[in-house]
Design a protein around this ligand. Sequence first.
Ligand code: MG
Length: 378
Amino acid sequence: MSNHVTILGSTGSIGRQSLEVIAALGMEAVALAANSSVKRMEEQARQYKPKLAVLADEKAAADLRVRLADTNVQVLGGLGGLLEAAVIPSADTAIASLVGMAGLRPTLAAIREGKRIALANKETLVCAGPLVLEEARDYGAKILPVDSEHSALFQCLEGHDRREVKRLILTCSGGPFYGKAQEELAHITVEDALRHPNWSMGAKITVDSATLMNKGLEVIEAMHLYRVPVEKISVVIHRESIIHSLVEYCDNAVLAQMGAPDMRLPIQYALTWPNRAASQAVTPLDLWNCGPLTFGSPDLDTFRCLALALEAAKTGGTAGAILNGANEGAVARFLAGEIGFLDIARKVERAMERVPVVQNPTMQDILDADQAARESVG
Ligand code: MG
């Protein structure tokens, strides 16, 4: 079990819930890092009293330094600050919850210190899965998934021989536009896309959940994390988000992990593994009142992003980085009101056609692919 934690991405949805879990378990947050949320970081620093508070944005960090002048909290800025928070010696665990490719370098830095990594940043594995996992093996850093689906798979795989696994089944809520046809999605607004039925999350992942790109990224993440070819991974629509994912074994037994849709459970398990801890922070599942559970097939024609992600998973190499870079760029443009909802898939598809794929890539190949994909989105 971890006792001292550094949170890379403390002001976002996962970061804030992580702080609740840490407090409920009596653990200590020794460093907090985020991009630019000065006010929230000041509040967190005052409440949780870390040794170090970091904002990647230098201006925001300068502001934070003034605000926290009356405390003992050290304030740093920039990528250097993020890396300091990642490697802080007093932390045995790093919660990697920065959004997007920006999380890659700090996560790798924490891995190289052999820390336990509670991984919430799926883009890191989507872009650089084999390299990140190889480093984790070399430096003895245990990676524990925080994403609810991957935590569920992890829990269903524990204690079983991996050779007996027939298939991983990721559940997918279907997002806010489940059941709609392509033409109905053409005029979706940012506000529509940010309304998720079951989970409360940050803007980027909420849009990814609406396009089903999030599920596509999760398939690629699962493929790397559990070393299972994409052909042995399926997605099932499960609107209620009570079953968080399943593993089918060679004898056709299917194990499922269930729980209330509450991210604090997978966060906590990543911190307490291999043990479980009684929790006041996590909502219990009320089976008697949760209603019927339903299952169905995803609509790959309407939700093109999922189809594109499955294609990138099959292609391998830098295809994941291209998919992700284009998606990050396109989602940012959608959130800025510059492109329509359906343009996200179009931009990603175009990037995949235009940017050449490199097999067995180096880290530089991956960074180049990410950059080229972002540029192709405009
Ligand atoms: Mg998820």
